[in-house]
Design a protein around this ligand. Structure first.
Ligand SMILES: Cc1cc2nc3c(=O)[nH]c(=O)nc-3n(C[C@H](O)[C@H](O)[C@H](O)COP(=O)(O)O)c2cc1C
Length: 213
């Protein structure tokens, strides 16, 4: 199994994430990995109780990692009380795992609207039909809500983005890249954000540290 060494670590975690993500997409194309952009998102509520669920990564750059969800969902309510968040990419068939910790913030409304327009018609209606994370009496209730929306917005008709739906961007504080190795002597390189104050100007960079497996 190939390892991960410090000399393979670029200056920023987004560069290494881009490389690993490209390789995860290739592994998915080869049938080795399913849903390469699936990540486990963990949040805590106002009482400090944790919750985890799978969500799809829809974009990333040096500003952070973006996913879309319902702003009334449990995860969104958790984030309103406590914006600290963790994202975990379980790329098991590649003996890899990436763990991001950071702070989540809603994306700009225009970004949500632009992304919503790219979604299939059925998914757009689904975002309206589902009051995500709320208790519902029956499956029929959901199907009825969907059918009513379908009648109102038939295929080909523009569906507006619901106000209760949108993106979060996770600005990373740390990003750990885990590469499985023989004898459980795995490689773990963690990028930790570093902010340096130079007079009035603050410059940020990344420190790379190796963790014992
Ligand atoms: C593979 C997979 C991908 C998913 N992607 C999303 C997603 O992008 N956004 C989302 O809100 N829920 C997604 N879900 C559903 C969530 O796991 C979860 O059930 C939902 O967001 C409600 O979570 P909450 O009640 O903790 O807020 C996905 C589930 C799976 C299994």
């Amino acid at each position: 199994m190939d390892g991960l060494t410090e000399d393979q670590a670029p200056a920023t975690p987004v560069e290494l994430f881009a490389l690993w993500f490209t390789q995860a997409l290739a592994a998915a194309d080869a049938g080795l990995l399913y849903e390469p952009n699936a990540m486990v998102v963990s949040t805590v509520d106002a009482e400090g109780r944790p919750g985890s669920r799978t969500v799809l990564l829809k974009g990333y750059d040096e500003r952070g990692f973006v996913f879309f969800t319902n702003y009334d969902s449990r995860k969104a309510r958790d984030l309103a009380a406590n914006p600290n968040i963790s994202l975990l990419f379980p790329w098991h068939p590649m003996a890899r795992q990436v763990i991001v910790t950071g702070v989540a913030e809603r994306v700009a409304r225009e970004e949500t609207v632009a992304y919503f327009r790219t979604r299939p018609h059925g998914s757009q209606l689904g975002a309206w039909a589902s009051a995500q994370s709320s208790v519902i009496a029956t499956r029929e209730e959901l199907d009825r809500a969907y059918a009513d929306l379908e009648a109102r917005y038939p295929e080909g008709e523009q569906v507006p983005a619901p106000a209760h739906w949108g993106g979060f961007r996770v600005a990373p504080r740390s990003v750990e890249f885990w590469q499985g190795r023989a004898n459980r002597l795995h490689d773990r390189l963690r990028y930790v954000v570093r902010t340096e104050q130079d007079g009035a100007a603050a410059a940020s960079g990344w420190t790379v540290e190796r963790l014992s497996p």
